[in-house]
Ligand binder design. Structure first.
Ligand code: FIX
Ligand code: ZN
Length: 411
């Protein structure tokens, strides 16, 4: 197959593959106050808040007192009117606007507010998912959030495109507060973690696995994460979480390297990144061979060693270019490293979207970058006499954007 048609086929397969977005913070319309869409939420994405605060000119306390609409106005003014929206997140807003035939430089924020919808219904959801080419979004479902807990306890219906994932950060990272929440919910645990009470923690998790039917369990962990050690976290992992995942054949997603609230005045924008050790991950994958680990690391410096570790353990599935890594430059770098070291055996990306319309630019970008890398790799193969047909390319692309995830989850 000559080079031109090869790249045309690769580009069209990447452009058209239906995506499973395996980590987002999105909610369906039935989850009311938790569902985020519309121009004000697009503009007050914490990525843009952090960037706008860099321009100074406001006291964080004053900003947080503003309405979402007033916050959006200020961010728009600082990042789009007083400078060019060159960053990944700012240019993403321009890309969202264009998909809605809004020319921000002419129609302004008013035009975007008129085109997008804050009160998304299932029809609007379907429209945006179609624009982004996404067929499933995996949520981040936190039973420790009283608002979200209420929706689940009331058996709130789920739009079929939304897939639950049981998130356990409070349990493993803030045991004392989690213990008091569990006690208030009728689980007999105490703030001093006692091994004898792990049955009650297990009962809590079983109740939520039955209530949510999650596709995986998930925790984010700091750069300082260690395992095994004498921490409550290690004991919960070993005595409760890993056995439960094995019994239900559920992967455990480990998102490692988030340094929470390095600048609390920025609120949700105040988290940062730190390089994690790989030994804890090696220990988990080696010592728990019947557990499946979906893993994403936040530090760019961890990416190469994560892929080497994935070469050592088939029960480790690297996923995505997380948060500060989701930029054209780093997605390309990481994509190339992964293909060159482990072939098409990983999960290319997740969006981490918190606002529905963010799916549009995040996935358009990823598709462009992944297509560029794959064209290069297939052309290299062709130069040494290996031919691929359209069906094989389609299968490789589908593996990277959804099949590797579903196969790993159901393994
Ligand atoms: O831990 C996480 O799920 C992170 O993705 C979030 O805490 C973070 O705020 C985010 O949304 C990054 O994109
Ligand atoms: Zn996230």
């Amino acid at each position: 197959m000559e080079e031109q048609s090869l790249s045309r086929i690769v580009e069209s397969k990447v452009a058209s593959v239906a995506i499973t977005d395996m980590h987002t913070h999105l909610f369906p319309p039935s989850f009311g106050s938790l569902q985020m869409s519309g121009a004000n939420h697009v503009l007050t994405y914490h990525y843009l808040i952090a960037e706008a605060f860099r321009t100074g000119a406001t006291d964080p306390k004053a900003f947080w007192k503003l309405s979402t609409s007033a916050q959006a106005d200020w961010i728009y003014h600082r990042l789009f009117q007083e400078m060019s929206p060159l960053s990944e997140a700012a240019s993403g807003v321009v890309e969202i606007a264009r998909q809605f035939s809004v020319n921000l430089q002419v129609d302004g924020l008013l035009g975007l507010r008129g085109a997008l919808s804050e009160d998304a219904n299932d029809e609007y959801i379907d429209r945006i998912l179609k624009m982004a080419g996404v067929d499933n979004v995996v949520m981040t479902n936190d039973p420790f959030d009283p608002v979200e807990r209420g929706y689940w306890e009331n058996k709130t219906p789920l739009n079929p495109h939304f897939v639950p994932a049981l998130r356990l950060d409070p349990l493993v990272n803030q045991w004392t507060q989690a213990a008091s929440t569990l006690s208030s919910l009728g689980y007999r645990v105490s703030p001093e973690f006692q091994d004898g009470r792990v049955v009650e923690v297990r009962r809590f998790l079983e109740d939520w696995v039955n209530r949510m039917a999650p596709v995986y369990l998930a925790i984010s962990l700091p750069d300082s994460f260690d395992f095994p050690d004498l921490s409550v976290r290690s004991r919960l992992l070993e005595a409760v979480i890993l056995p439960l995942c094995r019994q239900h054949k559920l992967p455990l997603a480990l998102m490692i390297g988030a340094k929470r609230q390095v600048n609390p005045s920025l609120g949700p924008a105040g988290d940062s990144t730190g390089k994690a050790a790989m030994t804890p991950l090696e220990n988990l994958c080696r010592d728990f061979p019947d557990n499946k680990f979906l893993v994403s690391l936040l530090s760019r410096e961890n990416q190469h060693e994560l892929i080497v570790t994935a070469r050592k353990f088939g029960n480790l599935m690297p996923f995505g270019c997380w948060w500060f890594l989701n930029t054209d430059t780093l997605v390309e770098e990481i994509m190339r490293m992964r293909v060159e070291l482990i072939g098409p055996t990983f999960i290319a990306q997740h969006s981490d979207a918190r606002v529905l319309e963010h799916l549009i630019y995040k996935w358009a970008r990823t598709r462009r970058v992944v297509a560029r890398v794959l064209v290069d790799k297939y052309q290299k193969l062709a130069k040494v006499g290996w031919t691929v047909d359209s069906a094989r390319i389609e299968a490789d692309v589908k593996a990277l954007f959804q099949q590797n995830f579903w196969d790993f989850a159901s393994r």
